[in-house]
Design a protein around this ligand. Sequence first.
Ligand code: CAA
Ligand code: NAI
Length: 702
Amino acid sequence: MPGSIALERRGDVALLRLDNPPVNGLSFAMRAALGERMVEVLADDSVAAVVVCGAGRMFCGGADIREFSAPPPPGAAHLPAILDDVEASPKPVVAAIHGVAAGGGMELALACHMRLAAPGTRLGLPEVTLGILPGAGGTQRMPRLIGVEAALDVIVGGKLHPVEKAVALGFADERVEGDLEETAVARARDLAASGAPLRRASQLTEHLEAARGRPEIFDEFRKKMAKRARGFDAPYACVDCVETALTLPYPEALKNERTVFQRLRASDQSAAQRHAFFAEREVAKIPDVPKDTPARPVASAAVVGCGTMGGGIAMSLANAGLPVTVLESSQEALDRGLATVRKNYAATVSKGRLSQAEMDARLARITPTLDYADLGAADIAVEAVFEEMPLKKEVFARLDRVCKPDAVLATNTSTLDVDAIAAATSRPEQVVGTHFFSPANVMRLMENVRGAHTSPETIATVMKLSKTLGKIGVLVGVCDGFVGNRMLYAYRRQADFLLEEGALPPQIDRVVYDFGMPMGPYQMNDLTGLDVSWRVRKAQAATRPAHLRYSPIADRVCEMGRYGQKTGAGWYRYEPGSRTPIPDPVIDQLIAGVSAELGIERRAVSDDEIVPRLFYPLVNEGAKILDEGLALRASDIDVIWMHGYGFPRYRGGPMFWADLVGLRTIYDTMSRLHDEHGEWLEPAPLLKRLADQGKGFADWAK
Ligand code: CAA
Ligand code: NAI
């Protein structure tokens, strides 16, 4: 029966089997059942020892995260107390772990007297990734078992580790090749028969003694994690709690862990990170492309164009074990593209993150060619040539002629109409956008763009491919900039207007960085290059509506030949060989000149007005995108922004953040900004509707 703990007998050993699909989550009901089962087996004189194991795919994925949004029900079973009872049991308790032991599931195992795990099992304490900490003794038992430094790595790192690593570190005792449960039963029986003292993690002192003389461990760790943990509360709370293993008696440290856990659980950050967890799983659910939609098998691929993106896409495919044929327009371009790929791999090897043998194997999967005939066998072809419609159409017409009939033809275009590209082929149902983010071999996001004729099978194929590549595919519709860049334009436009009104790039960049973004818009622009969007703006100049406000500042910067880091200067200047942006009075003068030219009297722009001015229009654009049906749900937009643009995970993405701010506040501010600054800032109808109804984007469903 789901949501229960079955009690099975193997002679004098009682087997407690967690059974709560999909991950045997420790819901309140499961915790209560665990407590009751322990009382039952302890009272039963015919039981000499206990084995805890899991039904189905895994041992236990931890607490049931879905229950975290509401306060615990009255009289709810208290997991730390139950685990203390498990540990205190005079009868040996052995954990038989298969699949996964995560979070509360791992903590249950830590409370047992022995932990055995099957090959392929992954174990760890990922609570930090949900904005909380291991709240059932994990911050106390783990350091006692494996040492303070290793425990900090496991708890703050939040990763699931392979069984071999868990055994090496000491939080699993043995990797069992044969029948896991039989072995666990035998070990439990032996422990009972031997009468030897049971190994209780909370009572181990050796590792704590070793760390006691080195209190600097904690400050050093805080320094080491500062960059990755910037803005997050939970990693620091984890370190603080592990530190109490040295400074407080066990019962008090446990109490403190509980208090901190409850504070974190109730925080906006944890709500945001839990939202992120579920959002990343929701993206795979596409109403008219059900799970059983047949995806075409992808065993080989082709990439057309081996520039910045094509090279990275080829690497991604090769990294996932797929053979890739890469086509370029000339031998010179091909050599240059492949040389960059080789250089990128070599850099990873020199950092010790890839072996030379693995680099060679990956490179061997990439076959260069100048001949379209070599692309005939590929299951998918990804086009990444220059962003020019006639060229894309020509490439697709040729791909259509040479690729096998069931091959998927994908474009990496970032701005062009996927439907117009599809029209150049005889198989528009097999044409789709796969919008990778730069650098394509690193960034996890893929916006998979559904054209008017793209078939469910084609969508299923690219969504599955995203997974194969270790990426997150989010399905979006066709529009200028798709979802991410379209929202980015809305944000960036306002940043430029703020420059005209009185701000300077360093101020805006600082406020945006402090908000939690990896960098502000101007540092980002210097990194990616100013010339790309300049070319697009020039191409669009003739059709730009005259009544809409347009800032010429970026064009003026480009006219000075300042394209960003690659030319040694952009919005900032750079010393040779350095990536450190240095504010430049030349830019300040240029901006002041534009303000004067436009008749705008410069004023002091306060830090406080920058976040609403930049991010509310971004959210507003997200609302339009939802209304237009270009994203399936608000949480999909959040995934795009967290994985494509580094929107801070502890804010849950822009749409979740907007719900926290309150759509009423955002709507009212947008209305005021619209009155002050005009058309670009008109509130989206959906924003108004939801604000009027007192709802959030989370409540919205098309
Ligand atoms: N609670 C509730 N639902 C969960 C869950 C959990 N702990 N873990 C996974 N799920 C759900 C997922 O949302 C998903 O649901 P849908 O199918 O409806 O989308 C389903 O279970 C399967 O999950 P995955 O697709 O992620 O399955 P997987 O096999 O790829 O991975 C896993 C399994 C490694 C357990 C992964 O789901 C995972 O990392 N889960 C979270 C683990 C975690 O963070 N545990 C700590 C919880 S907090 C805690 O335990 C606090 C404490 O101290 C008491
Ligand atoms: P790039 O200029 O670095 O590379 C384009 C490559 O295509 C060049 O190597 C060129 O030789 C090759 N090419 C041109 N014509 C060709 C042809 N007829 N046949 C074969 N190869 C040909 O450009 P980049 O940045 O890689 O962009 C490629 C595509 O990816 C564009 O559509 C762009 O909009 C899109 N994109 C770019 C991103 C970026 O950050 N650079 C991000 C996401 C998408």
